[in-house]
Write a protein that binds this ligand. Structure first.
Ligand code: 5RP
Length: 262
């Protein structure tokens, strides 16, 4: 691996735990002003000191994130359809030149395995990897689940493996209780989990804990952090699970302590 690629990956993985807490705040790229991100600056800025990287679009980055932040940036480079359209109809929206200009530590895009435009999104991933490798930039592939796609280990395992075969350096997928470890086994690059829809804090911490114990290297979590009643407390609790091997109950206790009114 080239020095630039190693350095960028080294910036997002914690040197002690070798794991990562990525904060996903890219939802507006197809969902518009999502709950919790209606005023992105107010929500995201207090979370910056607690994340290992920020997963975001260029528009939100330029307009809402102070340029002196220390948080490495993973730039979402795919998009196209809105929540009202055909979700798999994504293309590349942001160039590698733009990613470098924004000092991105990595780029990320979705693939839609099994959906109408799966072939285009998968070949776009191959193209992005070609370009990104020229500049030593890691690529995160997201196995997006549209309305009609399943979330079982068979489906997710297929999607993760395809992402890795295309050359993705990290794969972001969803957690499934049954056979998650088989997804990890079949995917030769590190896997981080998305949080999915908002669930109670304890459940989200349990999901993070279970994913880590079955081989995930971290989370790229959005709604279960920024839609929490206390996002700053929640991200710290998630960190404790990912980096310090807290159980879900221990991390929930930490969340409750941080959440207590002073
Ligand atoms: C869609 C995405 C999201 O925009 C986001 O990053 C998901 O994060 P979470 O599920 O934790 O809210 O990747 O495919």
């Amino acid at each position: 691996m080239d020095w630039g690629m190693k350095n960028r990956l080294g910036r997002i993985f914690n040197h002690k735990s070798n794991r990562t807490v990525m904060l996903a705040v890219d939802h507006g790229y197809f969902q518009g002003p999502t709950t919790g991100l209606k005023k992105p600056k107010e929500t995201v800025v207090p979370l910056l000191p607690h994340c290992d990287s920020l997963f975001i679009t260029r528009g939100m980055l330029r307009n809402c994130i102070p340029s002196n932040t220390n948080a490495p940036v993973f730039l979402r480079v795919s998009g196209g359809p809105s929540i009202l359209g055909e979700l798999s109809n994504e293309d590349i929206t942001t160039s590698m030149k733009e990613a470098l200009k924004l000092n991105a530590a990595g780029v990320g895009m979705s693939i839609f395995v099994g959906a109408k435009n799966e072939d285009r999104t998968i070949s776009n991933l191959g193209r992005i990897v070609n370009e990104a490798e020229e500049y030593g930039v890691p690529v995160l592939a997201i196995t997006a689940v549209g309305k009609e796609m399943g979330r079982d280990a068979r489906y997710l395992g297929l999607a993760c493996r395809i992402a890795a075969e295309m050359g993705a350096h990290i794969v972001k997928t969803y957690y499934c209780e049954e056979d998650f470890e088989k997804i990890v086994e079949g995917c030769p690059v590190p896997i981080v989990i998305a949080g999915g829809k908002k669930i109670p804090e304890l459940e989200a911490l349990k999901m993070s804990h279970d994913a880590i114990s079955k081989g995930a290297v971290g989370v790229d979590m959005g709604r279960n952090i920024f839609q929490s009643e206390n996002p700053v407390a929640m991200i710290q609790a998630v960190r404790a699970v990912v980096h310090e091997n807290y159980t879900a109950d221990e991390a929930f206790e930490m969340f409750n302590k941080l959440n207590r009114p002073k």
